[in-house]
Design a protein around this ligand. Structure first.
Ligand code: SAM
Ligand code: SF4
Length: 323
């Protein structure tokens, strides 16, 4: 389905939980996070019912995210349910990879197509300092387990923050040494993101070319209308990507809607408004009601995100919105 600005909406991001096993500096505070009640969180059946209606309106790709999606028990069951929906072509996961190695066989069996692994440090001390948890070894095991699955698409995502340049250079080396592209995602002023200082793309490009030489532009994710701009460094197996949602708004190409763990269907990460899909699901209403909610969500999609304006979602945590 197209929205009122002519954008084809075919991508649904589903947050399956607001809980997480890490406390990354730019995302979740150590204490004081108001967690959703268990009963408020959509069941897998409810998520699949909402996704099935969205698929009838043209949703083709689904990303599972959170919080940390792998802390929700038996996530592979949901992946399998979503893959079975007519029209859904692609189901992928965004994860910190701490629990990935043990769950990967069942996720692959369920048909998972790809995994984006969020990593912000490449040694144990720096990882502990950034995430508040001593889980570097398990995260790396998760990354290498994913790389060992030949049919699984693997990307590494990093949110570059100031003062950690040596870690960013080490992260870039993952693209040099493996088949995983590394994408640097600009810090957004959401939740804890407003308390941390990010690094501008130009400064990061300079840092990288001082170490690895001048890159060659390698295009964008045109096939999936993705927002990353890629560069290839000499001797690298994979590309380095930059996603700069705030400084270089790509809203005119936005193709996505989002379902939060507590059942709000949102047309934009940056705006609080959303359709109450949970209320519809639990009222026993006809599936047409769900479809109408998806239609209203797509029709209400704003033209762009307006970070910095009073309407935005900046006070909520990324893990609550389902980043
Ligand atoms: N826990 C999973 C993970 O870390 O991949 C999935 C959820 S996490 C909210 C999804 C992505 O959002 C992560 O790559 C994380 O770094 C990113 N993120 C969190 N807060 C952000 C912020 N303020 N600005 C930009 N990205 C942010
Ligand atoms: Fe958890 Fe992901 Fe946020 Fe880190 S970025 S605290 S892993 S939800």
């Amino acid at each position: 389905m197209k929205d009122k600005y002519g954008r084809t909406i075919e991508y649904l991001r589903i947050s399956v939980t607001d809980r997480c096993n890490l406390r990354c500096l730019h995302c979740m505070p150590e204490e004081g996070v108001a967690l959703m009640q268990h009963a408020d969180i959509l069941s897998y059946e409810e998520i699949a019912a909402a996704a099935a209606e969205a698929a009838k309106l043209g949703i083709r790709r689904i990303r599972l995210t959170g919080g940390e999606p792998l802390v929700r028990p038996q996530l592979h069951k949901l992946a399998g349910m979503l893959k079975a929906i007519p029209g859904i072509e692609n189901v992928v996961l965004t994860t910190n990879a701490v629990l990935l190695k043990e769950q990967l066989p069942q996720l692959i069996e369920a048909g998972l197509d790809g995994v984006n692994i969020s990593l912000n440090a490449m040694d144990r001390e720096a990882y502990l300092a950034f995430t508040g948890r001593d889980e570097f070894d398990r995260a790396m095991e998760g990354l290498y387990a994913a790389l060992d699955c030949p049919d699984l698409k693997v990307k590494v995502n990093c949110v570059p923050t100031a003062g950690r340049e040596e870690q960013l250079l080490k992260l870039a080396q993952v693209a040099r040494d493996t088949r995983a592209a590394v994408r640097f995602i600009e810090l957004m002023p959401i939740g804890m993101g407003s308390m941390v200082k990010g690094i501008a793309k130009e400064d990061l490009l300079r840092l990288l070319s001082d170490r690895f030489g001048q890159p060659v532009p390698a295009g964008s994710d045109k096939k999936v209308q993705g927002p990353a701009e890629y560069y290839r460094y000499d001797g690298f197996q994979s590309d380095i990507g930059f996603i700069s949602a705030v400084s270089n708004c790509f809203c005119e190409k936005c193709n996505r809607i989002r379902l939060t763990a507590d059942g709000k269907l949102k047309s934009c990460l940056a705006f609080p408004a959303g359709e109450d899909v949970r209320a519809i699901l639990r009222s026993g209403a006809d599936p047409q009601e769900l479809r109408n909610a998806v239609i209203r969500c797509i029709e209400s999609k704003p033209e762009h995100h307006s970070f910095g304006s009073s309407e935005t979602e900046e006070s909520r945590l990324m893990s609550q919105i389902g980043g």
